[in-house]
Design a protein around this ligand. Structure first.
Ligand code: M6R
Length: 359
């Protein structure tokens, strides 16, 4: 039931702070120690490479997860689109471990990969919102997202829950391996900060609605740019905008613009920079300037500690490794209000189904 909300998507965006708190309760004990099955950690520890598999938004959550596993557990990790992996399998390492990301647990392309993984008796984990879903039943292990039913076709709270569960798992695995970076990462405290930060962002809806109506209601194209984790979020931000507002949106690695894509910039093309990483903030800002010099209408989503006075949207500070949990929220809202402003059916965009059970 969507109660007083006009669309499920807005309700689900608003539920994200509560989902973060629920994950803290479910997975982090009173002392902040991750409560993760030791058998899972032992199997992951034996792996020489983690393969994350997913589609759409779940694939994008995997892009963030790969960085978390490499940083905190120091295990090489690659991320794969399930429909690609199923038919063009990359050369695998000697001891692979597979992580399936799927809100529904029913995505046929991902299941196709899991069937193959099981035929080879490789160990696997499904991270899903649906207990006893196909991917959950067929994988060796399951971690649940505890996000509650996600009804809108555009995935929002499942993405942030996936990233949060990956952060908890990366911390647990790194600690299990005795790694200092993991010991120092206070995931419980950080997720509490994330929950408060998300609340502040969803409370500033009116400002985000104004930006959407001013900058995104008319153009046919828009670009999100960023580097590293900000690039990963750019891809998800662009998918949200395409999916429900039918704006031709792309996420670009900001350093790649000058290698071709800057040719797309025309007068008033919206270019939204995501700036949450101190190592690359200055570089992304100069890339934004380059697009502005060609007439782009630039907007910025920046973390407070890296913010400048004229940034469009300022994000509360959290550990930079989990900044996607906050930077994605204004992007979800920008997509929502752009779609709403056009009078579209936000929850049921044309040509799409919530769960894709065909290959
Ligand atoms: O249920 P899944 O997470 O496996 O679904 C994967 C994609 O179909 C899904 O994320 C899709 O891209 C969303 N509509 C994006 O908002």
């Amino acid at each position: 039931d969507k109660g007083a909300y006009p669309f499920y998507m807005l309700k689900e965006i608003d539920e994200q702070p509560a989902v973060m708190r629920r994950l803290v309760q479910e997975y982090l004990g009173a002392n902040g120690k991750p409560q993760i099955d030791e058998k899972l950690l032992a199997q992951m520890q034996e792996a020489d490479h983690l393969y994350i598999v997913g589609a759409g938004t779940s694939y994008h959550a995997g892009l963030v997860g790969a960085r978390l596993f490499e940083r905190f557990a120091q295990i090489p990790t690659s991320v794969h689109i399930s429909s690609e992996f199923a038919y063009e399998q990359p050369l695998l390492s000697k001891k692979p471990f597979f992580i399936f990301l799927s809100q529904s647990g029913e995505t046929a392309d991902s299941r196709e990969v899991l069937v193959h993984v099981n035929e080879n008796k490789w160990p696997s984990l499904t991270i899903t919102n649906v207990d006893k879903s196909t991917l959950s039943r067929e994988a060796t292990h399951t971690l649940l997202l505890y996000a509650g039913p996600e009804i809108a076709v555009a995935s929002t709270k499942a993405y942030t829950a996936q990233v949060a569960v990956e952060a908890i798992l990366a911390k647990a695995l790194g600690e299990y391996l005795g790694l200092e970076a993991a010991q120092k990462f206070d995931v419980k405290d950080e997720l509490a900060k994330v929950a408060n930060g998300m609340q502040a962002l969803v409370d500033s809806k009116d400002e985000i609605e104004a930006i959407a109506s001013h900058a995104l209601s008319k153009p046919r194209n828009a670009f999100y740019i960023g580097r590293g984790l900000d690039w990963s979020v750019s891809l998800e931000a662009a998918l949200k905008l395409k999916e429900i507002s039918y704006v031709q949106a792309e996420g670009f690695a900001s350093g790649e613009l000058k290698h071709g894509t800057i040719a797309l910039i025309e007068k008033n093309t919206p270019v939204i920079g995501i700036i949450t990483q101190s190592r690359t903030a200055g570089l992304t800002r100069s890339n934004l300037e380059e697009t502005a010099a060609r007439g782009a209408n630039i907007l910025t989503i920046a973390s407070r500690h890296l913010a400048k006075e004229d940034d469009s949207i300022i994000l509360p500070d959290v550990d930079e490794m989990i900044s996607p949990l906050l930077s994605v929220v204004p992007a979800q809202l920008l997509a929502y209000y752009t779609s709403l402003g056009k009078g579209l059916d936000v929850d049921k965009p044309r040509n799409l189904a919530k769960s894709v059970t065909v290959q």
